[in-house]
Design a protein around this ligand. Structure first.
Ligand SMILES: [Zn+2]
Ligand SMILES: [Zn+2]
Length: 156
């Protein structure tokens, strides 16, 4: 790949990440799982081209739907990825802030009242997310049946 990339790292430096520079849109997720995971809305960059590496990288099957990556040494949140899909999102906080813009907020109806962001963002509800992701994930699960693939994950 010859494109310019944005580089980042976890708090201890054990995990290194990079995404294409033009991936500069940051989304915030207000869901209860993300808030429990990082003590606030989780801010992330969607980037299927993300490269993530490091000996301290670990993954956690957070639900039947997705896994989350973190650094086992310093605890930094690293990524979120659907079990059946390429839509990886990388923690925006791992990168220098220069050039990044907060563009959207998801599960906005799950946001607690004690904080809010300034500025205009596209806001999406839990229902809106379910309507987009439900059929997509169901279709992937159906296609996966009968074909070779990853063994089914715990919790499904
Ligand atoms: Zn670390
Ligand atoms: Zn979330």
């Amino acid at each position: 790949m010859t494109e310019a990339r944005r580089h980042g790292r976890c708090l201890c430096g054990g995990v290194r990440v990079s995404v294409p520079v033009e991936r500069n849109a940051v989304g915030a997720c207000h869901c209860a799982m993300c808030r429990r995971w990082c003590s606030g809305p989780w801010m992330a960059i969607q980037a299927p081209e993300a490269e993530i590496a490091g000996e301290t990288l670990r993954t956690f099957q957070a639900s039947g739907f997705a896994e989350r990556g973190f650094c086992e040494k310093c605890g930094s949140s690293i990524f979120h990825r659907p079990t059946l899909g390429p839509e990886i999102a990388v923690s925006a906080g791992l990168f220098d802030a220069e050039g990044l813009t907060l563009t959207h907020e998801i599960f906005h109806d799950g946001k607690p009242a004690f904080y809010r962001f300034e500025g205009d963002t596209k806001k999406r509800s839990a229902l809106s997310m379910a309507l987009e992701w439900g059929p997509r994930l169901l279709w992937r699960r159906i296609r996966r049946m009968g074909g070779p693939g990853r063994p089914s994950q715990v919790g499904n």
